[in-house]
Design a protein around this ligand. Structure first.
Ligand code: SF4
Ligand code: SF4
Length: 255
């Protein structure tokens, strides 16, 4: 019987309520190869005693159906179906605090391994990655285009309803309050601090060279297009500014 025709991943690992789709063997192998071939993999995984110290100290394990011990065991035993299944939900419960890495007697980093699995989930355009990152599209736009994560104008009473009575404080005239800060780069509400144009454009090179933009295109094509437009515009602005400076310099020399 063919694996791809007959088997759902969850029946193999015994999770009857999982929504994991049918996955063929080649995909499972390709996903694992992508995780394992990362340069960090051998550094993060040295063996596993199955002792559970990582899970005992993991804050996320206290609140979610999640165990770093289980994730490390799946990788250590090369359980391809289990790895793929964990990537559909469980890996997104990790808070990336790295308490596990500090405690593991084998010097493993379960949090670091989970990061590799997340990056692979994004690379493969998995729905779990799209769903997890969707609510953060505004933050990603701000972060990639300016290097700032959150700006004062993103903090609204509606968006922070869980602040309780303190929510009234964010209805204060933020633009006036920001202008009162005696640090000029903080006198803005559009970014957490004013970002120099050259710095922004240098950041774009980093996003391009490290593959961040490729990953973004895989999970959110519309956001990718918006960001590319912003990047083109800012690069043109910088070029114009540099041309102006050059003209000014040459006019000084010719005087
Ligand atoms: S990853 Fe480390 S702490 Fe966690 S179960 Fe394995 S050996 Fe124990
Ligand atoms: S990094 Fe993740 S897996 Fe490790 S202790 Fe923190 S939340 Fe748990």
């Amino acid at each position: 019987m063919s694996h791809s025709q007959t088997t759902r991943v969850q029946t193999i690992i015994g999770d009857p309520v999982s929504d994991t789709p049918v996955v063929d063997r080649d995909t499972l192998e390709e996903v694992f190869k992508d995780i394992q071939s990362d340069l960090r993999y051998d550094h993060e995984l040295n063996g596993c005693l199955n002792c559970g110290i990582c899970t005992a100290t993991c804050p996320s394990a206290h609140y979610y159906d999640f165990s770093p011990r289980e994730i490390v065991q799946l990788l250590w035993t090369e359980n391809l179906e289990g790895i793929y299944d964990a990537m559909q939900e469980k890996i997104w419960a990790c808070a990336q605090c790295y308490t596990c890495a500090a405690r593991c007697p084998f010097d493993n980093s379960p949090g670091g391994l989970i990061m590799l699995m997340r990056e692979t989930a994004i690379k493969h355009g998995m729905e779990s990655a799209k769903n997890v990152l969707r609510p953060f599209s505004r933050v990603m736009l701000k972060l990639i285009s300016t290097g700032n994560q959150l700006s004062p104008d993103m903090i609204t009473a509606d968006g922070f309803a869980d602040w309780g009575p303190n929510v009234t404080k964010i209805d204060a005239p933020l633009d006036v309050l920001r202008k009162a800060i005696p640090v000029p780069t903080l006198n803005t509400t559009k970014t957490a601090w004013e970002v120099n144009l050259t710095t922004s454009v240098e950041l774009y090179t980093i996003w391009e060279e490290t593959g961040v933009l490729d990953q973004l295109e895989m999970i959110d094509e519309n956001l990718f297009d918006v960001i590319i437009d912003i990047m083109d515009e800012k690069r043109e602005d910088l070029q114009d500014w540099e041309d102006e400076q050059e003209e000014l310099d040459s006019s000084h020399i010719n005087r």
